[in-house]
Design a protein around this ligand. Structure first.
Ligand SMILES: NC(=O)c1ccc[n+]([C@@H]2O[C@H](COP(=O)([O-])OP(=O)(O)OC[C@H]3O[C@@H](n4cnc5c(N)ncnc54)[C@H](OP(=O)(O)O)[C@@H]3O)[C@@H](O)[C@H]2O)c1
Length: 287
């Protein structure tokens, strides 16, 4: 029997255009690290970073050009990623705007509204994203919002930049980014907090700290994988492992008596309010 085999030409991904990062700290390094792992050339990037130590790290470990202040090196960049703290954003934007007039801007700063960013930079081409720190290991969760002037091709470009860090979720309204900040942006810290509590409980019950940590982290990893894979809702999964009168039931009854869920929800709402507060504090032009 003759089998006809057709070899399709291998499609190389379109290379990314030149990208500037304003701020070369933790999140910038996570995104850059993810992109470099996907074989994006280091020469694609220009980073502006005032800290000499951070610049040295970027140059020696990632082979990326890092500058102490914005300058003409940024003029070739078609995308600018804003990875500065919210309180530094306005100053950094005003210093950078004249070098990045034609670029697409992607902000990962918590709380700063796109109206403020558009005003500071003198352009409407602004996308906001809220990543989280598991981006450092390629397992991030990022919520995104694009202003109405952003074309589909520009969304795709932003997706290609951030996909290097993990999963993406596009939102239709900017206000929801505060909820994303409270849920997944700050969320890894909640998980670490619960891991800490499980480890402390394990040690109190006689396990070694290392063993308790392995059990706690393995349990979070496995439960998250199961919840992600299963057709059952988290509530159904919980009910399936909670037989009446059993050990899990005893723990959940204790949590309910202490209103753990309500207190946890209250904590997440506090984070959302803080995100909204950041906009009020740092989002308005100071003239
Ligand atoms: N870390 C998270 O979990 C997380 C999650 C979601 C979103 N974000 C957002 O990501 C942004 C960056 O956070 P991060 O954790 O990466 O902070 P970070 O590690 O402090 O990085 C920010 C960097 O920006 C530099 N910088 C300060 N002023 C600058 C300027 N005018 N121009 C250029 N660079 C400047 C800082 O240098 P100096 O240290 O010398 O000031 C610092 O190295 C924040 O807006 C945050 O809201 C963070």
């Amino acid at each position: 029997m003759n089998i006809a085999v057709t070899f399709l030409p291998r499609r190389e991904p379109t290379p990314l255009p030149p990208i500037a990062f304003i701020g070369g700290g933790n999140m910038a390094t996570a995104i850059l690290g993810g992109l470099l792992k996907q074989d994006v050339a280091a020469a694609t990037f220009e980073v502006v970073e005032p800290s000499a130590d951070a610049r040295l790290r970027l140059q020696s470990e990632l082979r990326i050009a890092a500058h102490p202040e914005p300058g003409s090196a940024l003029e070739r960049c078609e995308v600018v990623v804003w990875a500065v703290k919210p309180q530094s954003f306005e100053e950094a934007a005003r210093a950078t705007a004249s070098f990045t007039r034609d670029a697409l801007h992607l902000s990962i700063a918590a709380g700063i509204p796109s109206d403020s960013i558009a005003g500071w930079l003198g352009t409407d081409r602004v996308v906001r994203a809220m990543p989280n720190t598991p981006a450092l290991v390629g397992e991030g969760m990022t919520g995104l919002f694009a202003r109405s002037s952003i074309a589909d091709g520009e969304r795709e470009l932003v997706s290609r930049v951030l996909e290097a860090t993990g999963e993406l979720l596009w939102l239709d309204t900017e206000e929801l980014l505060d909820a994303v900040t409270a849920l997944s942006g700050s969320g890894p810290a909640y998980v670490f907090y619960f891991i800490e509590a499980m480890v402390e409980a394990g040690v109190a019950m006689g396990l070694s700290a290392d063993d308790a940590q392995q059990l706690a982290i393995g349990t979070f990893r496995g439960a998250a994988a199961l919840a992600g894979d299963s057709k059952d809702s988290p509530q159904e999964l919980r009910q399936k492992v909670t037989s009446k009168g059993g050990t899990t039931h005893a723990a959940l009854l204790s949590m309910e008596a202490d209103a753990v869920k309500q207190h946890f929800m209250k904590a997440i709402e506090a984070a959302r309010q803080r995100a909204a507060g950041l906009a009020a504090e740092y989002g308005q032009a100071r003239g």
